[in-house]
Design a protein around this ligand. Structure first.
Ligand code: NAP
Length: 294
């Protein structure tokens, strides 16, 4: 078998176009222009690239992009003051503080200070709790993207065996809630799981989010399974380094029914979902019906 490739780049482009169309509708019918504020502290090269890309895609979707850059030496109280200003700014519907933060700043304190109605990353305790209890929430972007990709293969996950490898707060744990809400039977594996291949072989839906280059092998896969590879790992290549996922793509694509590539799978979905969350936050603030199907 050769797996169908789930084209995250194209699916993300389609989502961004649908968000942009809804943004135009909000402007036309309600005179609202959704605004996303992104805060970068320091000059971590990967974070700087992400922030630039977020700003560009925000503007392309017709939203206002606010960028705030603080020096690497910024104090926790400076960042907290900026968060408070953004919390009360009516032009800002979504706030994203780019992680990781410099070591003098307690990230959890910053997440706790975000207005939950504006936390488009969905990492604050209120949104985490709302998601876990089945209430409307702003949900972390990468897990939302994973579910949307798997939904291009299966209209329903009801009764399916879903296995998540990784239990981080930003990927694995929110995925548990999203998959349970879709009536999948969910197993979560982590670094202490015994006989991981035996666990992953049960999966109709496998989500690999361990941050371990090409760890998931062909013989870990149930034939025909859908495999969503969240991993982004830089490994040495011929001459310069290259990016690989947590899944050994060549082997696994011989067994799986559908698979996301790295790059070009989950990665592009994350920013597209951030734009989607900003649009949702703008609608909710003003009591406007949220666009269906996003
Ligand atoms: P993380 O916080 O480091 O968590 C990794 C998880 O994987 C942990 O729960 C860990 O278990 C588990 N794990 C590590 N080694 C394992 C092993 N050998 N067997 C089984 N489980 C193992 O990572 P993360 O932030 O969730 O990110 C995971 C990957 O996704 C990374 O490659 C990251 O770059 C990528 N990512 C991609 C996107 C995107 O937009 N595409 C977004 C976010 C993250 P313990 O809990 O026991 O330590």
């Amino acid at each position: 078998m050769t797996a169908r490739i789930i084209d995250g780049k194209a699916i993300a482009a389609d989502l961004r176009a649908r968000v942009a169309a809804e943004v135009q509708r909000l402007k036309r019918e309600h005179r609202i222009e959704p605004g996303l504020a992104v805060v970068l502290v320091g000059a971590n090269p990967a974070s700087t690239v992400y922030v630039r890309s977020k700003g560009k895609q925000t503007a392309e979707a017709g939203m206002t992009s606010f960028e705030h850059k603080l020096p690497e030496s910024a104090s926790e109280s400076e960042l907290l003051a900026l968060v408070q200003t953004l919390n009360t700014d009516p032009a800002v519907h979504g706030i994203l503080v780019q992680l990781p933060l410099p070591k003098q700043i307690d990230s959890q304190k910053i997440l706790d200070a975000l207005d939950p109605a504006k936390d488009v990353d969905g990492f604050d305790p209120v949104n985490v709790g709302r998601l876990a209890t089945g209430l409307p929430a702003l949900t972390p972007c990468t897990p939302l993207g994973c579910v949307m990709l798997a939904k291009t293969v299966h209209r329903s996950f009801e009764g399916m065996e879903a296995v998540i490898v990784g239990r981080s707060n930003i990927v694995g744990k929110p995925l548990i809630q999203l998959l349970l809400a879709e009536n999948a039977t969910v197993t979560v594996a982590h670094s202490k799981t015994r006989d991981l291949p035996a666990v992953t072989r049960r999966a109709d839906l496998l989500f690999a989010a361990a941050g371990r280059a090409e760890m998931v092998r062909g013989d870990w896969i149930k034939p025909g399974a859908t495999v969503i590879d969240v991993g982004i790992n830089r490994v040495p290549g011929a001459g310069k380094s290259r990016i690989v996922g947590d899944v050994a793509f060549d082997e696994v694509s011989q067994v799986a029914g559908a698979i996301t590539p790295v790059p070009g799978g989950v990665g592009p979905m994350t920013i597209a979902m951030l734009l989607r969350n900003t649009l949702v936050a703008a609608c909710r603030r003003d009591g406007i019906a949220e666009p269906a199907g996003l």
